[in-house]
Each structure stands twice: as C-alpha cells, then as structure tokens.
Design a protein around this ligand. Structure first.
Ligand code: EPZ
Length: 421
C-alpha cells in the first residue's frame, strides 16, 4: 500500500491550479441518469471517487466516454439495470446519489445500503423519508434499499428535512425535477455544490426556484435533455492548500478557484494573520513569514464554517501561537485526527465534540496513519511543519479527494514523495 513521505521544511511558495470539485462532480454525474440525450461534463477532477462513480454508471449499462483531458460524455439511454451493487457502494457512500435519479426517471432503484465510515454512522433516513413523501415504496432487504415509484411516477410533495443534509437535498432535488407536479424542499442544504448541481439541472431543462436558499421549489417536467456543463472548482481543495500555506508561514497563489464559495474559510485565515487578495478566479495568501495565530471555530452547514475544513485548521492551530478551540457539530466522530497529531507532538485535549489546542512551535515527525479523507489532509499539513520525515500510511483516503497532491505540493516547494508500501 502506497505511503506519503514528507520531510518538514520551510514555507510553501508558488502557484498551483485548483481542480474541479469532487463533491459537485459526484451528484452531477448521478444527475446524468435523468437526461434523455447525452450530457458532456468538463473540469471533473481525476480522483478515485470519480472513477468509482463512472464505474457505477457503466455497470448499469450507461455509455460513458472519457477523453484524455477528463472530459466525459454520458448517454444514459443505454441503461439496462437500475442497481448500485454492494461492491461499489461499500467503497464510496456517495453512490447513494443515484437513488433519486433512478427512481425519478425509471421508477425503480436497488441501491446497496451505504454503511457508516470513520467519521460517523452517516444514516440516509431523510433521503428515504423524502422519497416516500413523493409516493415511493421503499423496503430495505438483504442490505439493499429497494425503491419503487408509484404508477404514473413520483408525485411532487412538500418535505421538511429535519436535519440539514447535503446528500439528502441532492437526492430529493434530483427526484423532484421529473416528479409529477410541484415540490418544496424545506430546510434544504445551501452548499455551493448544491447550487452547482441545481444549475446543471436547469441547463438540462429543470424548473427550480430558490437555488442557493434553504427552500427549493421545483416544478416537475416530463423529460430532461443533455447539456454541456463545467463543474465548479473544489473549494475544499483550495482551502486545504491555503491552510497548508498558513501553517508553513508561506505565500501562495491559487488559480481557477472562486473565493465567493469559501468566505467563512477566508475569514478564519485572515483571523490567523494571513494577508489575502482575491480576483475573479484566483486567491493569493501571504503570511509574510509570520507564525499563524490560533483561531477558534465551530463547524455548521453553509454558509458557516465547513466541516470538511475542520481537520486542516486543527493542524494549522497545532503550530499556531496561542490557544484555540475547534468544535465539530456535523459528524459524531470527526476529531479522530487529534490522536495522530498528538503523536507528532501537538498539544490537543478533547472535551466531547470540542478540541482544545495549545499551539507548539514545531511538530516532530512520526509514522502516522490516515483514517479518512480530510483527516489525511491534516496529517499532510502536519508533516510539512514537522522536524524530520513523516511517513503517512493508508493514503488511499487522500487519493479519493485530492488530485495529484504530491505534485501540487512539490510545485509549492514541499519535500514530499509517494513511496511504495
Ligand atoms: C456531504 O456528505 C459531503 N460528501 C461530505 O464531504 C461533507 O462532509 C458533508 O456533506 C457535510 O457537508 C459529498 O458531498 C460526497 P450530510 P453527506 O448528509 O451528504 C446527518 C468529504 O470529505 N444525516 O450533509 O453524507 C449525517 O449523519 C465528505 O468530501 C442524517 O441524520 O452529509 C450528518 O450528521 C465527507 N440523516 C449530517 O446529517 C440523513 O438522511 C450531515 O450529513 C442524512 C444525513
């Protein structure tokens, strides 16, 4: 199993391009099932999760062609089965996102029940209750969600989500666009990736109002057509590199990224002492060689501070000056990286869902193990600011969400390489 070997060093300096958003590309790939004619997607990141989703579409009989620049053309008219098998779903929970489109377009879906993962139990009860509100009949049998639409197809419905759920909003939005009649999704998630999905659905002919708000109104249409669509830049990848630059007291510029999707993260970086400059599709961060200030934060649904940036900021806080508090409110087990960071000399105490951090000047290299995608990113940041060689194991977690991470960090001057395990 590959590992990443990082030798801690000086500040990150340079310029890199940000890839397309994993968490926008995944629901948009699922939405291609809704189109009666081929759909062309560009700016897809080259990631294992994207490959898995393409494999899932192919195994249903969907025609998928990919060119050398990761431009993808998808034609769902060749679909021959409506099943998302356990072998694929167990490797990527986001496979659940085909449930809404399959049910809405074809009236049936058998999707392996997605299990939990390192960060939490990750239930899908709200997804299922929303589909039942649209008239679906749903059984869980043999580890599979077996869903069937009523005769005549799903019916538009008003549905209040009792928790803000990104995936639940995405699944129910994709179900509503082809349902009969009017739907209202209350307490909808407002993440930029949902806006991107909604904009793509509108390009396909969907009728959606309230995009970007917590109340989505949908007028069901009889069919949707293919379109050409470019996926938004990955705001979490961008935030991760900005955090790494802040932790290493560096100065970097990110291209092909949109600052407006990550305001809460940029505010926290400024609080940490970063000087930020933003343009139409770029962000520059400069620490002027200064050690970051510790910043306290509390994760919450967009537009508040994103849970996907929590562990990266914890790594920065670990070497910042002063004390800070990081509170995780979205997932029940997303502070797990604290233990590996403490093995590297960090000074972090846990109190329930809050980490109390006292910054230290430098960390000490150690062999560590990644546990989930964003915890892995925090270990990479820690390795960049540790004295010595940090060896990170189980980096398949990283390859799910960060395209060419070692090449991009090498471009920024980091001493990092992938070694065979
Ligand atoms: C999406 O996961 C993202 N994944 C996650 O990013 C992200 O952390 C999360 O949203 C929150 O922003 C993708 O977009 C592929 P949720 P999702 O449904 O949709 C509870 C990464 O690192 N809940 O918004 O699974 C759930 O347990 C990944 O890129 C229910 O109780 O997250 C959690 O506590 C990790 N019932 C909370 O809601 C449900 O039916 C938020 O989960 C659904 C969710």
């Amino acid at each position: 199993m590959d590992k990443l070997l990082i030798t801690g060093g000086g500040p990150l300096r340079g310029e890199i391009r940000i890839s397309g958003s994993k968490n926008s590309a995944l629901p948009i790939l699922a939405a291609t099932l809704l189109a009666e004619t081929p759909i062309s997607l560009s700016n897809l990141p080259h990631l294992n999760d994207i490959t898995t989703m393409l494999s899932l579409l192919r195994c249903m009989g969907v025609n998928v062609t990919v060119d050398e620049r990761m431009r993808v053309e998808i034609d769902a008219s060749t679909i021959r089965c409506y099943e998302a098998p356990y072998e694929l779903v167990k490797t990527m929970r986001a496979s659940i996102l085909v449930l809404g489109p399959l049910l809405s377009r074809f009236g049936e879906a058998d999707v392996s029940f997605p299990g939990g993962c390192a960060i939490g139990s990750r239930p899908v009860d709200i997804h299922l209750r929303g589909l039942e509100a649209m008239g679906a009949h749903i059984e869980v049998d043999g580890g599979y969600i077996r869903a069937r639409a009523p005769d005549g197809g799903l019916r538009g419905a008003r549905f209040l989500m009792d928790k803000v759920t990104v995936g639940g909003t995405e699944n129910l939005l994709m179900a509503a666009v082809l349902a009969n009649g009017h739907s209202v999704l209350e307490n909808a998630a407002r993440e930029p990736e949902i806006v991107d999905l909604a904009n793509c659905l509108v390009s396909m002919g969907a009728k959606i109002k309230g995009i970007g708000t917590d109340r989505l109104e949908v007028e069901g249409v009889s069919s949707l057509k293919g379109c050409e669509y470019s996926v938004m830049p990955d705001r979490i990848e961008a935030g991760t590199y900005l955090c790494a630059a802040a932790a290493t007291r560096g100065s970097i510029k990110l291209k092909d990224t949109h600052a407006d999707s990550m305001e809460s993260v940029l505010i926290k970086l400024q609080e940490a002492g970063a000087e930020l400059e933003v343009g139409e599709n770029w962000i520059r961060l400069d620490m002027h060689g200064q050690r970051p200030q510790g910043v306290s934060l509390r994760t919450a649904p967009h537009p508040a501070f994103p849970t996907d940036m929590q562990s990266q900021f914890m790594a920065m806080n670990a070497v910042a000056s002063g004390a800070s508090k990081v509170t995780e409110t979205i997932f029940e087990n997303r502070l797990i990286q604290v233990h590996e960071l403490n093995r590297m000399g960090a000074n972090i105490a846990l109190e329930g869902n809050t980490a109390l951090i006292t910054g230290v000047e430098r960390l000490k290299a150690a062999p560590v193990m990644a546990s989930d995608l964003r915890a892995s990113a925090s270990l990479v940041i820690a390795g960049l600011v540790a004295d010595g060689e940090t060896l990170i194991d189980r980096i398949y977690h990283i390859d799910r969400g960060y395209e060419c991470i070692e090449e991009k960090l090498q471009l920024l001057g980091a001493d990092i390489r992938r070694v065979a395990g």
